[in-house]
Ligand binder design. Structure first.
Ligand SMILES: [Zn+2]
Ligand SMILES: [Zn+2]
Length: 287
């Protein structure tokens, strides 16, 4: 296992055409993909998006939620990706992905599914939401109690005797302590649920391995939210699942420029450093 500056060094030595890469700790090298012929398919996709103004152009009945109008709204545009592959017969297969969700949807006709277990997600989400909801109710009632105690204390300070003041102060302090504790509980619970969600990402590679993102993400700074949701991991996971061999990958941004002004309409981008590179070495392994 190399350190991060050695890995950066390996990455700078990659061919200029590399669009998607990551360090693989098992092979102790950087695996990568170039654009191949995928740029052509990406341009076709851009033309289709412009022409149809929706992403479910394979579905007979368009759903308003899949209109590309949202990419020009407040939230801004989003990344799209195209993976050129060959199947066992040597025929070209082109996979398409949008990053994360499209307008609150994880799936759309004609696009690869997310890299996590969507059924599992729908199974655990209601339970977790219910618990968070109950904890929020609990916080709310603690807050009301604390506010009441505060009023009582203020009243005692004006009109009450010393003993009543002392008693009200104690009650108020206890109520605020309980309120803090209830907030802390909810925070701790939400944090403890994060690995449960992350474990739903059982990522595949081209050696036939299947591992949780928790075991694959090699940096120890914690797994950033949204890891595994970018186009590259979605596409590679789908290709491995379908028994396809990837040849080239292109990712582009479509829509209003992002808030940090780092991504622009119809510009092409490499796979990202924070969320993708620490898993792509594993995912590209075996190619
Ligand atoms: Zn990424
Ligand atoms: Zn490897």
């Amino acid at each position: 296992m190399k350190n991060s500056s050695d890995i950066d060094h390996l990455i700078t030595a990659l061919p200029k055409e590399a669009t998607c890469y990551g360090y693989c700790p098992v092979c102790d090298e950087v695996h990568y993909l170039t654009e191949g012929n995928s740029r052509k398919y990406a341009l076709e996709l851009i033309a289709e998006l412009e022409q149809n103004k929706r992403i479910d152009f394979h579905a007979p009945d368009p759903e308003p939620i899949f209109s590309t109008d949202c990419l020009w709204g407040k939230r801004g545009g989003q990344m799209f990706g195209v993976l050129e592959c060959v199947d066992a017969d040597g025929d070209t297969v082109v996979l398409r992905a949008f990053s994360g969700q499209f307008n609150t949807r994880w799936q759309a006709e004609g696009w690869v599914s997310p890299a996590f277990d969507l059924d599992g997600y729908h199974r655990i989400l209601p339970k977790i939401e219910l618990s968070v909801h109950q904890m929020t109710d609990d916080i709310e009632s603690c807050k009301q109690k604390a506010d009441q105690c505060k009023l009582k204390f203020e009243e005692a300070m004006r009109f009450g005797g010393r003993a009543a003041q002392k008693d009200c102060r104690r009650q108020m302090r206890e109520a605020f302590k309980t309120l803090e504790l209830s907030k802390k509980n909810r925070r701790a619970y939400s944090q403890s649920m994060l690995p449960v969600f992350q474990d739903l990402y059982q990522l595949r590679n081209f050696k036939g391995d299947r591992h949780s993102i928790l075991n694959v993400f090699y940096e120890d700074r914690g797994i950033p939210t949204g890891s595994g949701d970018c186009c590259a991991p979605k596409l590679l996971h789908a290709a491995a699942q379908k028994g396809l061999t990837p040849l080239g990958l292109t990712e582009f941004f479509f829509g209003k420029e992002n808030k940090s002004s780092t991504k622009y309409h119809k510009e092409f981008y490499l796979s990202c450093k924070n969320k993708c590179q620490p898993i792509l070495g594993y995912m590209l392994c075996g190619l």
